[in-house]
Design a protein around this ligand. Sequence first.
Ligand SMILES: NC(=O)c1ccc[n+]([C@@H]2O[C@H](COP(=O)([O-])OP(=O)(O)OC[C@H]3O[C@@H](n4cnc5c(N)ncnc54)[C@H](O)[C@@H]3O)[C@@H](O)[C@H]2O)c1
Length: 389
Amino acid sequence: MGISLGLVGLGAFGSEFADLFMSHPLVDRIGLCDLQPERMRRFADKPEWQAKLSPNDLHPSLDAICDSDLDALVIITQHWLHAPQAVQALEAGKHVYSAVPVISIPDADEILEWCNRLVRTVETTGLHYMLGETTYYRPETMYCRKRAAGGDFGHFVYAEGEYLHDVDAHCNLRDVRQHRLASGAGAEWLAMEEAYRARGVKNGPMHYPTHSTSGPISVMGAHPVSVVAWGYENRTNDPYFADSAFSNETALFLMSNGATMRICEYRDIGHPEREIFRVYGTEGSFENGTWTDRYTTTPLTVEEMREPLPEEVAAAFEATAGESYYGGHGGSHAFLVHEFVDAIAHDRMPAINVWESVRYMAAGAVAHKSALQGGERLDVPDWGDAPTK
Ligand SMILES: NC(=O)c1ccc[n+]([C@@H]2O[C@H](COP(=O)([O-])OP(=O)(O)OC[C@H]3O[C@@H](n4cnc5c(N)ncnc54)[C@H](O)[C@@H]3O)[C@@H](O)[C@H]2O)c1
């Protein structure tokens, strides 16, 4: 039997997922929700949406859609809203998919509190939470998890993850910020930012860490235990970084499997945008799209690394979204949609469940705290593995 779900937040990123969620064969009914009604109309008026969307399922706010009888909500709103909105939706009885990160706000301790609250809310409600981390379903990550499951890395020794996204890169972060602030939710956030400023709380790029941490963490199946990190202070008085202690942050983690993990989150860097990870083991290693061991080096194609989607799902996506239905961020969008819908429809644990998600987030929050303390070694909290049933 199929499920019903509501899409909350149909801005730039949410719009990239809407057709995929609507067309998934296990979605029987779909609802829409945005504070800006014209953003819902772009989908509500499409002929191919009519079979699954009724006019009663257009909701003007999160509060309204939480009162509906939809099974699940897909939250793709601004980054400071994710965790509070996810908790609200779970408490209203909805399964939740959240865009990354778990939450991004200036105060690292508050981030950790939200991680804790999210885990506790999933535990008490018994509902599912999944983080829409695009890196998790890049072909490279899928391939490495498969090799890791087969034991091909041997013992993990070292891994590194990087998210290099200069503020003036092709996807310009100044424009993105202006776009996300140009709304009612944006105006509320400006007031909240002012309160952090008054308290002297300084942000940093490690508060958006999930693209760089999720590759090594999910491939090794290990969690960070402790961290030392350092920050690079912007030297051009760039107003974009006025509320940040650092514009680049580099962290070194001791992992629960004894390996070392190096993470770079850079926003002030003369380099094209790059999201990449490399993993090294005693028997085999993966770097830059290549599998290697002591004697051989095997460059891999996307097709060799990517896992297939079920045929009927791929066909439904292709019929609605066209040949390039895999979507952006390494073709991860289609896999994220399928994983969430399939997990909810079969009442099984989503791959990027809450216990996994908070590992990606807490790593960054504590790294930022370490950087603020000049590289002090700090313990990283962990909420354990997902329950097996
Ligand atoms: N690779 C990735 O995983 C990736 C890439 C881009 C963006 N993102 C994440 O996606 C998120 C959204 O980005 P965007 O560019 O689409 O932002 P956006 O500002 O274009 O869209 C956010 C939408 O949420 C709506 N919204 C906010 N509060 C709401 C509420 N209470 N009820 C209903 N609607 C509400 C807003 O009206 C807006 O339309 C960001 O938080 C970002 O972190 C992730």
